[in-house]
Write a protein that binds this ligand. Structure first.
Ligand SMILES: Nc1nc2c(ncn2[C@@H]2O[C@H](COP(=O)(O)OP(=O)(O)O)[C@@H](O)[C@H]2O)c(=O)[nH]1
Ligand SMILES: [Mg+2]
Length: 389
């Protein structure tokens, strides 16, 4: 009997003990923190049993002093770590280790510094479905244009072909493979003038198309000629034309001498990779060619926007979390640089990340793509509306 009673007591103690450890294990979760430079970083955790705590940063134990304040309540149930006036050095992995006679548990979180306390432009992923529906139902306001036409232009490897794939990915709800986006190429893959339709999940065409043309290149006699880009904008170039880097198209079966509003381009979409912008001099030949086209487009009163791709490669914060894009100084600086070099206002520059390595859809990527596309459609529709009178 005594033996059994002893066993029962032991069993009860064991189950309390297991519960005790499980509680600690289940609850030790500290969240990642993003703070603005200069603000305080604060972690805290409330234990459900008496434990000893130790804070570590990147494996090294932290101690009270300087900007660091470590607190443990008298009952040993509350733990906090505060680091005042956050600097770049404070970024990293923080761990709280808790221990008592019964065992040890730990929880970790990361600290990331934001360049701005508030996002300088809004990004609303909740609006994705509404924007998608509006774009699916969109029809141009001028019946002479059955669909809006956008021309993608920019340096080779900027992500022009990937944009068409990304937009189709967003509308079809599944990853579209980019057969013409080989990695790290410096010479142009797209050689012929092509209209890319955008389709929804049911295979129905949306009321806007993208024309992709040969990329701009640095070397003479390579890449598309600015005069050919202007011809394409004016609607003179017919699908299937193979660009000749040494002479412009002026006549022949691919030359449309009498283009309608439907054949014309309604918005010029410059595509520039964010990570390459600082490397481009104002007198770089690609920039000069893009400016030349931009000046002609201004005279024609056709809207011009910039899609700044490869944002993931220009800022580690954005690479880790695309949702932090408008907190990133590096992204803002790249956009300002782009605005100065190409002469495009900031509100016509849209940072995007293309689908290129992902195997499923991402609402933050979709949000940036949809926001840019929505504005392009708006600007282009304003242009076709103006042509009514
Ligand atoms: N990391 C990253 N890679 C991209 C992005 N957009 C395109 N790429 C990659 O860049 C390369 C060139 O893209 P592509 O669309 O062919 O450029 P194009 O020459 O302008 O048509 C491909 O390997 C793409 O997968 C992006 O936003 N981020
Ligand atoms: Mg291409």
């Amino acid at each position: 009997m005594l033996h059994t009673a002893k066993n029962r007591t032991f069993d009860t103690l064991m189950s309390y003990y297991i519960l005790y450890i499980i509680c600690v294990f289940l609850n030790l979760f500290i969240s990642d923190i993003s703070v603005k430079r200069g603000q305080a970083i604060t972690f805290w955790w409330d234990a459900n049993c008496e434990v000893k705590g130790k804070w570590k940063k990147d494996g090294l134990t932290l101690h009270n002093g300087g900007r660091i304040t470590i607190n443990q309540s008298e009952d040993s149930l509350s733990f906090s770590l505060t680091i005042s006036k956050a600097t770049g050095e404070d970024e990293g992995g923080y761990t709280l280790e808790l221990s008592n006679r019964k065992g040890q548990v730990s929880g970790s979180a990361k600290v990331k510094l934001l360049d701005y306390a508030l996002a300088w432009r809004t990004m609303d992923c909740q609006a994705n479905d509404a924007v998608k529906t509006a774009l699916r139902e969109f029809r141009p306001s001028n019946p002479e244009a059955q669909r809006l036409r956008f021309l993608l232009h920019g340096p080779v490897g900027a992500g022009k072909s990937s944009i068409v794939n990304s937009i189709n990915t967003v509308f079809q709800g599944r990853i579209k493979v980019n057969a013409h986006a080989p990695p790290g190429t410096d010479t142009t893959e797209t050689k012929t003038y092509k209209t890319h339709k955008i389709e929804n999940q049911q295979g129905n065409e949306l009321s806007f198309v993208f024309n992709d043309l040969m990329g701009l290149e640095r070397q003479k006699r390579c890449g598309v000629l600015p005069d050919d880009i202007i011809s394409a904008i004016k609607g003179h170039i017919i699908d299937g034309y193979e660009f000749n880097p040494t002479s412009e198209l002026k006549t022949g079966r691919y030359y449309n001498s009498n283009p309608t509003l439907d054949d014309k381009v309604h918005c010029l979409v410059c595509v520039i990779p964010a990570n390459k912008i600082p490397l481009l001099e104002e007198h770089d030949i690609v920039i000069m060619k893009m400016k030349e086209v931009g000046d002609d487009v201004k005279i024609l009163e056709i809207p011009r926007v910039v899609l700044m791709t490869h944002v993931d490669k220009c800022c580690p914060l954005v690479n880790e979390d695309l949702g932090k894009i408008y907190f990133s100084k590096k992204v803002k600086i790249a956009m300002q640089d782009c605005s100065i070099k190409l002469g495009v206002p900031m509100n016509c520059i849209f940072p995007v990340k293309n689908y290129h390595e992902e195997n499923c859809l991402d609402k933050k990527m979709d949000c940036l793509i949809l926001d840019a596309l929505n504005k392009i459609v708006d600007f282009a529709n304003d242009y076709v509306k103006k042509q009514i009178e």
